[in-house]
Design a protein around this ligand. Structure first.
Ligand code: FAD
Ligand code: FES
Length: 253
């Protein structure tokens, strides 16, 4: 069991940060933890969340409230003991001395903060494009700004940063800079668009898929993704995968 250090902290509209005292294996950016939200049977299945950050024995996640499980998590009290499995899955590559473009959408920005910090530590230069519907949902922007060499917010309605989607921002950056890799996380439609741009520009692309998971440990095939080399289970073969190998038309968006 893992101790929640303090009450969930509201970081923007509908989003909260949960910090746990972590005694398990050290996570790698892009990996996730699988939370048994309630000790009872509702909800029955664990809920997966990307590691937002890990440092000095503290593991943080950012949770968007969308339903039964996440609303229950909002009610956690400080010192609550929570059943958490992890770290699970395959994370992002962390190249040394590279130029890396991070592209996130919505709560899918979460794994990119930890990734940005680790990339900087490995001597890589990081640009992050942080997409969100509007300003009120933007969370932890200060932390991202500190972790990245360049940090750009894009909102659909222009209420903060550039008006438009992350896919609108990418071409200008790619015209200006030769990136060695692109890493992305967000809604499937966004990931498909970002992958299309990366492939067109011949930049390697890794995406973290946040499709529906069942067991989260490779047993139920509920998370199967079609790729150019056959079916893969996102929970164990991912969630981070080569975006150019995914058959995007096979995914429910
Ligand atoms: C690898 C991975 C990493 C994730 N990381 C994060 C994270 O860092 N922060 C975060 O807030 N969420 C993350 N998610 C999504 C999160 O797991 C779901 O939002 C959560 O399980 C919903 O639980 P619930 O009981 O509150 O919602 P439910 O009551 O089960 O569902 C409520 C609504 O949310 C929708 N929903 C549920 N799961 C998903 C999903 N995976 N994708 C899209 N819609 C969904 C349902 O269709 C329904 O409309 C991640 C998912 C995966 C697979
Ligand atoms: S969620 Fe069960 S196999 Fe991936």
């Amino acid at each position: 069991m893992t101790r929640l250090i303090k009450e969930p902290r509201e970081v923007s509209k509908g989003h909260m940060e949960l910090a746990f005292e972590w005694e398990g294996e050290e996570p790698h950016p892009g990996q996730f933890v699988n939370v048994k939200v309630d000790a009872g049977s509702d909800p029955l299945l664990r809920r997966p969340f990307s590691v937002y950050d890990y440092e000095n024995g503290i593991l943080r996640i950012v949770v968007k409230r969308v339903g039964r499980g996440t609303n229950r998590m909002a009610l956690y009290a400080a010192d609550e003991m929570v059943d958490i499995l992890g770290p699970l899955g395959k994370g992002f590559s962390v190249p040394e001395d590279a130029r890396v473009l991070l592209v996130g959408g919505g709560v899918g920005n979460a794994p990119l903060f930890f990734l940005a910090r680790e990339l900087r530590e490995a001597g890589s230069r990081v640009t992050c494009v942080y997409g969100m519907r509007s300003a009120e949902y933007v969370y932890c922007a200060g932390e991202y700004r500190d972790a990245c060499e360049e940090f750009i917010i894009a909102t659909d309605d222009g209420s903060e940063g550039t008006k438009g989607t992350v896919a609108d921002v990418m071409p200008g950056l790619l015209d200006r800079t030769q990136y060695d890799a692109i890493c992305a996380c967000g809604p499937l439609r966004m990931l498909e668009a970002v992958t299309g741009i990366a492939v067109e520009r011949a930049v390697p692309i890794e995406v973290s898929l946040e499709n529906y998971f069942g067991c989260g440990v490779g047993l139920c095939v509920g998370c199967t993704v079609e790729t150019t080399s056959g079916n893969r289970r996102a929970c164990v073969d991912g969630p981070v995968m080569d975006g150019s190998a995914i058959v995007w038309s096979s995914l429910e968006k």
